[in-house]
Design a protein around this ligand. Structure first.
Ligand SMILES: NC(=O)c1ccc[n+]([C@@H]2O[C@H](COP(=O)([O-])OP(=O)(O)OC[C@H]3O[C@@H](n4cnc5c(N)ncnc54)[C@H](O)[C@@H]3O)[C@@H](O)[C@H]2O)c1
Length: 258
């Protein structure tokens, strides 16, 4: 990927940083896009030189700011990979979800991914580039955080929409659906219950949660020529969670082998 650029949104977060660092192995420049420009700048400087890692302060829900991002990417080189990674969840149950929370979660987790793709689609067409949307297991099954989950389910379908309509331009679009990843997004839950990761682990067939680097490896694979025939899929990176639960299989089958 000579002269190529990767854009990662939400790049100051734990998963975004891991993806940015990993994509630097296959791209010449990584644009670390985040609402928190200072945090993105700190992350970029921790990763390496300014000609390889560039921070870009941007609210991806704002089309004018996305136009500036597109202009910066065009000036920097050839956009090979766009990773829509920024996301957040605000309310844990439907009972606690207000109309504002519903709208905000959909705006950030679904609409902003569409807006970011829209701003950069011409550059991706020109380079026959790749789009990777960071969804969640919450978009595949019910695990709490309803507005976020509905938006992530929409994001998985948006991935298919791009794959089908833009495939003729050589654009591949895929999603990654992480399970529980130990990041700053879990701070409040970990503060309320220090055992939250231990308790989560027991539901995972591999009996562990996901590391940010695990997500980054899946993104790097989907962005690479190794995945040249893969488009429109959602790849769970979930230590087996969406395959099923051993405890449930043990109850249903009454077999001690689960
Ligand atoms: N942590 C998990 O367990 C987990 C599980 C499944 C999926 N995910 C997904 O992975 C992605 C990254 O999650 P994380 O845990 O690293 O989150 P994080 O909170 O650590 O990082 C998210 C980053 O997005 C940025 N951001 C928020 N709003 C923005 C906006 N409007 N414009 C630009 N940037 C904005 C934040 O400043 C932050 O740096 C999210 O899409 C999340 O839904 C996380």
């Amino acid at each position: 990927m000579a002269g190529s650029i990767a854009i990662v949104t939400g790049a100051a977060g734990d998963i975004g940083r891991a993806i940015s660092l990993r994509l630097a192995s296959d791209h010449d420049h990584v644009l670390l896009v985040d609402l928190d420009g200072d945090a993105a700048e700190r992350a970029a400087r921790a990763m390496g030189s300014a000609d390889r890692f560039e921070a870009f302060a941007c609210d991806i829900t704002d089309t004018a700011q996305l136009e500036r991002l597109a202009a910066r990417a065009a000036a920097l080189g050839t956009l090979s990979t766009l990773v829509n990674n920024a996301g957040a969840a605000r309310a844990v149950s439907l009972h606690e979800t207000t109309p504002d929370i519903w709208r905000m979660d959909n705006q950030l987790n679904l609409e902003a991914a569409y807006l970011t793709f829209r701003a950069l689609a011409e550059q991706l067409k020109a380079s026959r580039g790749s789009l990777i949307n960071i969804a969640s297991v919450n978009g595949l099954n019910v695990f709490g955080h309803p507005a976020y989950s509905a938006a992530k389910a929409g994001l998985i379908h948006f991935t298919r929409l791009v794959a089908v309509e833009y495939g003729k331009f050589g654009i591949r679009a895929n999603a990654v659906a992480p399970g529980t990843v130990r990041t700053q997004a879990w701070e409040a839950r970990a503060a309320a219950n220090p055992n939250v990761f231990e308790e989560a682990r027991r539901w995972y067939p591999l009996q562990k949660v996901v590391d940010p680097e695990d997500v980054a490896e899946a993104v790097a694979f989907l962005a690479s020529p190794l995945a040249r025939a893969i488009s429109g899929v959602c790849l769970p990176v979930d230590c087996g969670l969406t395959a099923g639960q051993a405890e449930l299989a043990r109850t249903f089958s009454q077999s001690e082998h689960y």
